[in-house]
Write a protein that binds this ligand. Structure first.
Ligand code: UT7
Length: 333
C-alpha cells in the first residue's frame, strides 16, 4: 500500500536588504519617538530595499538562491514557485514569473498569492497540496514584500511598522508524516475598509488625482485592525490546537506574524504558551507582511529540532487570518 505523502519543509532561505531604517531615523522624519515605537509595537529597526529598478522579485531571488545553495539544488529542479506578496513588481505578470526568469528556473511554473500578512500561510497550504497530490517533488513557497514601496513616510501611524524582506521554504514529499499537518485559513472581505490601498486597482485606476491625494499608500485604521488581529490570531491558533487534540504544552514554537508585539503576546497567552517559545524578530525587521513568518523560520532554523510541532499564525489585510501546524522535518547541523 502506498504511504500517505505529506509536504515537508526541507530547507529555509531568507533575504533582508542591508539598509536599515531605525526608530531614531524615523524621529527625524515624523513626529514620533523611539520609546513610543518600541513600547507600542516592539519594532526597533527595519530594512529598506534601496536602488532604482529594485523590486520585490529582488527580495525573492536571493531568498530562493539561499535555499538552492543550502539544499544543493539547481534552480532548474524547482517545479513551482509561489510568491505571497501585496507589493508585486507589477500588477501583472506575477512576481513569481519574473523571479523564475531572474533565477534561471526554467522548469518552474509560478504564480502569486495575494492575502496580505496571511499570504505565506495561504501559499504554504496551496504548495503543500501540490506535493501531497504526488505530482510535484520540489515546490518553493516565498513570502516577500517591499513595503517601503507603499508606505507613506509622512504618516507616523504606518511608517513606523513596516519593512522589506523575504523568506522562503522548500517543500518536498515525505512518507514519515513530517511537514504540514493542518491549516485553518479564514477570510472576511468586510474587513477591507480598515486596511487597504485606495487606488491603483480596477476600482480606482491611477490618475493625477489619486497621486495627489496619496491614495497609492497603505491606508490602515490601526486600532480597529489591532482589535480584530488580537482576537483573530489567538482564536484561530486555539481552534487549530483543539481540532488536533493538542495543548500549548505540545507545541515547541509559535511562529507568529510580526505586526505588533502586543498582538503576539496575546496569541501566546491564549494558547497557554510561555513567551520563550515564541519566535520574535519584529525588533530587527518590523512588519514585512508576507515575509515575517518565513523570516522567523530562517532566523530560528538552527534551533528547530526534527519532530517538533510548531504553529504558524497570521492576521492581516483582507481581512485574512489563519494558523498552520507543522511537524519539523530536520535538524540543522
Ligand atoms: O500586519 C497587518 C495588520 N496590521 C496590524 O496588525 C497592525 C495593528 N495595529 C497596530 O499595531 C497599532 O494600532 C498601531 C501600532 C498601528 C498603532 O498603535 P495604537 O496603540 O493602536 O495607537 P493609536 O492609533 O491608538 O494611537 C494612540 C495615540 C494617538 O494619539 P492621541 O490621539 O491619543 O493623542 C496617536 O496619534 O498615539 C498617537 N500615535 C503616535 N505617537 C507617536 C500614533 N502613531 C504614533 C507614533 N508616534 N508613531
Amino acid at each position: 500500500m502506498n504511504k500517505k505523502i505529506t509536504a515537508a519543509i526541507t530547507c529555509v532561505g531568507g533575504f533582508v536588504p542591508e539598509d536599515k531604517l531605525t526608530n531614531f531615523d524615523l524621529e527625524k522624519m515624523v513626529d514620533t519617538t523611539d520609546e513610543w515605537i518600541r513600547t507600542r509595537t516592539g519594532v526597533e529597526e527595519r530594512r529598506i530595499l534601496k536602488g532604482a529598478g529594485k523590486a520585490t522579485s529582488d527580495l525573492v531571488v536571493p531568498a530562493v538562491q539561499d535555499i538552492c545553495k543550502k539544499r544543493g539544488i539547481d534552480p532548474n529542479e524547482i517545479e513551482c514557485l509561489i510568491v505571497a506578496t501585496v507589493t508585486p513588481d507589477m500588477t501583472f505578470p506575477a512576481t513569481a514569473n519574473i523571479a523564475c526568469d531572474k533565477l534561471g528556473a526554467k522548469n518552474s511554473f509560478g504564480f502569486d498569492v495575494s492575502a496580505a500578512c496571511s499570504g505565506f500561510l495561504y501559499a504554504l497550504t496551496v504548495g503543500a497540496t501540490l506535493i501531497e497530490s504526488g505530482r510535484y517533488k520540489k515546490v518553493v513557497v516565498c513570502g516577500a514584500d517591499k513595503m517601503s514601496a507603499i508606505v507613506d513616510y509622512t504618516d507616523r501611524s504606518t511608517c513606523i511598522i513596516f519593512g522589506d524582506g523575504a523568506g522562503a521554504v522548500l517543500l518536498e514529499p515525505n512518507e514519515e508524516g513530517y511537514g504540514l499537518q493542518d491549516s485553518l485559513l479564514k477570510s472576511d472581505g468586510s474587513g477591507c475598509q480598515y486596511l487597504h490601498m485606495k487606488a491603483g486597482g480596477s476600482l480606482k485606476p491611477a490618475s493625477i488625482e489619486t497621486v495627489t491625494n496619496k491614495e497609492h499608500y497603505i491606508y490602515q485604521e490601526g486600532q480597529a485592525v489591532f482589535k480584530f488581529a488580537v482576537r483573530g490570531m489567538a482564536d484561530v491558533s486555539a481552534e487549530l490546537l483543539e481540532r488536533n487534540k493538542l495543548t500549548g504544552a505540545d507545541i515547541s514554537w509559535l511562529v507568529p506574524h510580526q505586526a505588533n508585539k502586543r498582538i503576539i503576546d496575546a496569541t501566546a497567552d491564549r494558547m497557554g504558551l510561555s513567551h520563550d517559545k515564541v519566535m520574535l524578530n519584529i525588533q530587527r525587521y518590523g512588519n514585512t507582511t508576507a515575509g515575517t513568518i518565513p523570516l522567523c523560520l530562517w532566523d530560528w532554523e538552527k534551533k528547530l529540532r526534527k519532530g517538533e510541532l510548531i504553529v504558524l499564525a497570521a492576521f492581516g489585510g483582507g481581512f485574512t487570518w489563519g494558523a498552520s501546524l507543522v511537524k519539523w522535518a530536520y535538524d540543522t547541523k
